[in-house]
Design a protein around this ligand. Sequence first.
Ligand code: NAP
Length: 254
Amino acid sequence: MSGAGGARVVLVLGGTSDGRALAALLHPLPGIHVVSSLAGRTSAPVLPVGETRVGGFGGVRGLVGWLRERAPAAVVDATHPFAARISAHAVAACAEAGVPLLRLQRPGWTAVPGDRWHRVDSADEAARVLPALARRVFLTTGRLETAPYAHLDDLWFLLRSVEPPTGELPRACEVLLARGPFTVGDEIALLRDRRIDAIVTKDSGGALTAAKLTAARELGLPVVLIRRPEVTAPERVTDAAAAARWVEGLAVGA
Ligand code: NAP
């Protein structure tokens, strides 16, 4: 099935600024009908232009069903670097349905002189290394991933998230609800005000949330950086413009 006016459907698995940027690039192109898919995690998401659908597909089987019904010319997986399940589902479902798949993933952050980064593989490992590094911790790993720190009774936490946390929290914890981008000046002021002595973050990459890393460097604070999960995708690009060119190339070759 095609989109409005016989245009070819392109499914963008989104929920990120890269996904929105790609939808904005594809939407005006003649012959392409972009459908963005959001997981539905946030109550007031910033919506991309074009058609959107919200909610899980129902695993690999559900995604294969959607691909068979809408017969997209391509899928671009622009989900967050830590959304490993949907990315793995996209790889399996696109292989089964015979749909070309591109992974759009921004690069991770790179340390520069002055950074004191401790790279770890998981939130559990971050929780294990923290007591040797700090007493007052700035936790920016998201509202759903607080449980691994909940038993650290000797540490104080500042937890910043877009929406209120729902999981188990550490005993001594302040919750700060805020949505980026944040400036380096704001981050330095926050770190000083709460007398933070270490930061925990995921290696999300991108400019929107990088100010905290610059602030940590300027204050000489250690950062515990959780590595990205590995998902093997057939083809990859690192920015929305390159993804749009890949889609246009498929359309020309069709
Ligand atoms: P996940 O663990 O990879 O996915 C869990 C389930 O949520 C998937 O199996 C799928 O359900 C559904 N899902 C995820 N992304 C979807 C999408 N774009 N469209 C439709 N269904 C989707 O992902 P997550 O960590 O829960 O993240 C959910 C969404 O939030 C992603 O789109 C991601 O880009 C965004 N996000 C995640 C993070 C993070 O740190 N994880 C940060 C910022 C934004 P079914 O199996 O039922 O299809």
